[in-house]
Ligand binder design. Structure first.
Ligand SMILES: Nc1nc2c(c(=O)[nH]1)N[C@H]1C(S)=C(S)[C@@H](COP(=O)(O)O)O[C@H]1N2
Ligand SMILES: [Mo]
Length: 557
């Protein structure tokens, strides 16, 4: 017991006397406005937003399995607290990036105060500068490495180093007012201590209020500027590109199908705003359409540089309803959506390029550093493979790959680059970005079926029976779905009705009407591909080839 108390006292001494606790607090109070100002700098001047750059850099240099583990952990914890992965994954990632940066600031503050308190430092002002430099220089390096900004690196260096050095130096007055507040001639030791703690508390509160104001103001102005940047971006596009040539989406081809989705089934056609989003970086990549073009080089007799207008005007357009899904989704993932894609068949463009006999692959590079390889054989086998420039009859939104992305039927999204900036024709296979990070080379879509709804509030009366509509989707890339079956409480598999899909490359909506029974029930669904292959029932995780297993839903009726 004595030992324990002694140990506790030592820790307390360390934390209080060495200034660790106050240092950490100061770190928090001073790092928050640094984050705000960095954000403002990003939106106002185009300097990199360091927390995102740091996060992007870390996910790039860490080995693939570690990154995947981190993403899995994040997705699992989000599902645990009931968040929608499709809607909030990016927000969670961004919050994580800021928290990590903030944490470095807090720890730096603690260390700095401990170092000064140890008494080995004669001039604390220098210690503050050194702290600013120690934090700032690596952050500057990472930011320059990761940034796609066109700003002069010298200006970036100047702005960032000014902010980080100011951050470091501002610890010193905080230190002087908190760890060694000056006595003011009061009588007893207790009174002095009491007066000091009051002084310190008031000082910290005032300082906290001031830096909170800076943080909120710079964050708010930054957000307003970001909003303006987005609308200006859309205006430049509107000016530079003629949207009138993009065909309007005709009425849905299956509008007359008598099989109606069970109430609560997801929309058959995803609105573009609701389409799931996945991209490496913390923010989507904005490509300047005034300077963008697509060089296609390498083993071709006729290399070309195409503008968006060339692609639109010189080639016949083709349209396709497409369901796109992400390989990292779990069973019943929300990382799957359906919209209408417009673009140009890659076969047509390749014919003009005239690849040389030894050409085997396209290596596609992107504005965000992503890359992927597509075999020429695959393109030759499927005229649907397209360079896509429009969704739902409008140019691609910037977060979905404006101005150009590829579409490969029957493949997960990871094989399908967005924000394409270059294509090289080669005889060498190069593993793509996620393939290099241990995901499947082919990434063929796995057959999946999902229960969206057990519509307990929409009971139908039929033939003296009460029926509960159950419904959802089934998807197997371009292989099609021939059968969906539902089983309740491990009972026999019953065939569901299938609605005809929007195209052969979209999900299929199914519907099953279940005779009402009170109590708790478990519903399960499985599907069969058009070619006869049953959905894989074995439970496998998403890595490396996409999740498999039966989706089950428990309901109380
Ligand atoms: N340039 C680029 N293309 C990319 C990615 C990316 O991070 N960068 N992510 C891929 C992945 S993993 C998926 S699932 C799809 C998602 O496309 P969406 O965000 O438009 O739905 O884009 C693919 N193409
Ligand atoms: Mo993905």
């Amino acid at each position: 017991m004595k030992n324990l108390l002694a140990a506790a006292a030592t820790v307390k001494n360390l934390v209080i006397n060495r200034g660790l606790a106050v240092g950490a607090l100061a770190g928090g109070i001073l790092t928050a406005p640094l984050v705000g100002l960095l954000y403002l700098g990003d939106k106002l001047l185009g300097t990199p937003f360091v927390p995102f750059a740091l996060f992007d850099w870390i996910t790039r240099v860490l080995p693939g399995p570690v990154v995947t583990f981190g993403i899995d952990l994040m997705i699992d914890s989000m599902r645990l607290v009931g968040m929608s992965v499709a809607a909030s994954a990016k927000t969670a990632e961004q919050a994580g990036a800021i928290l990590m940066f903030f944490f470095i600031g807090v720890v730096s503050g603690a260390i700095l105060f401990a170092v000064i308190t140890s008494g080995r430092i004669e001039r604390p002002g220098i210690a503050g500068l050194v702290a600013g430099a120690l934090f700032g220089l690596p952050m500057l390096a990472v930011s320059l490495l990761m940034s796609s900004s066109t700003l002069d690196p010298a200006i970036t260096a100047l702005v960032l180093m000014f902010l980080f050095l100011a951050w470091g130096v501002s610890f010193i007055p905080v230190y002087e007012r908190t760890v060694f507040p000056k006595g003011d001639g009061l009588a007893t030791e207790d009174e002095v201590r009491w007066a000091k703690s009051i002084d310190r508390r008031q000082f910290l509160i005032r300082l906290g209020a001031a830096t909170a104001t800076i943080t909120v103001l710079s964050g708010g102005i930054g957000a307003a500027l970001a909003q303006r940047e987005r609308s200006q971006f859309n205006q430049t596009i509107a000016k530079a590109v003629d949207e009138t040539d993009i065909s309007n989406r005709p009425p849905f081809p299956n509008a007359g199908d008598p099989v109606q989705p069970a109430p609560g089934t997801r929309p058959e056609y995803t609105s573009v705003e609701d389409h799931y989003k996945v991209f490496l970086r913390n923010e989507p990549t904005m490509i300047d359409i005034d300077t963008w073009n697509l060089p296609i080089i390498g083993l071709v007799d006729n290399p070309m540089v195409l503008t968006l207008e060339d692609i639109q005007k010189n080639y016949e357009s083709r349209d396709q309803y497409v369901t796109l899904s992400c390989i990292s989704g779990r069973i019943a993932t929300t990382l799957i959506s359906t919209t209408w894609w417009t673009g140009v068949s890659l076969q047509k463009i390749l014919a003009d390029l005239q690849p040389q006999p030894e050409a085997r692959y396209l290596i596609i590079t992107c504005g965000d550093g992503f890359y992927e390889t597509v075999a020429l054989d695959l393109i030759a086998s499927d005229e649907r493979i397209m360079l896509c420039y429009a969704w739902d009859g409008r140019l691609l939104p910037f977060d979905h790959g404006f101005p150009l992305r590829i579409w490969l039927p029957d493949r997960f999204g990871m094989k399908q680059p967005k924000w394409i900036t270059g294509i090289e024709v080669t005889d060498q296979y190069v593993p793509g970005y996620w393939v290099e990070r241990s995901w499947d080379e082919i990434a063929q879509v796995k057959a999946v079926s999902v229960i969206d709804t057990v519509a307990v509030n929409d009971i139908i009366q039929a033939g003296g029976q009460q029926l509960i509509p159950v419904g959802g989707i089934a998807f197997a890339g371009d292989r099609g779905i021939s059968k969906v079956e539902v089983s309740v409480d491990n009972g026999p598999w019953q065939e569901a009705q299938l609605r005809s899909p929007l195209s052969e490359t979209t999900w299929v909506l199914w519907r099953y009407e279940w005779p009402f029974q009170e109590g708790r029930h478990t519903f399960a669904v499985r599907c069969v591909e058009a070619g006869g292959a049953p959905q894989i029932e074995e439970v496998r995780g998403n890595r490396p080839s996409g999740a498999t297993g039966i989706h089950r839903v428990k309901t109380r009726i």
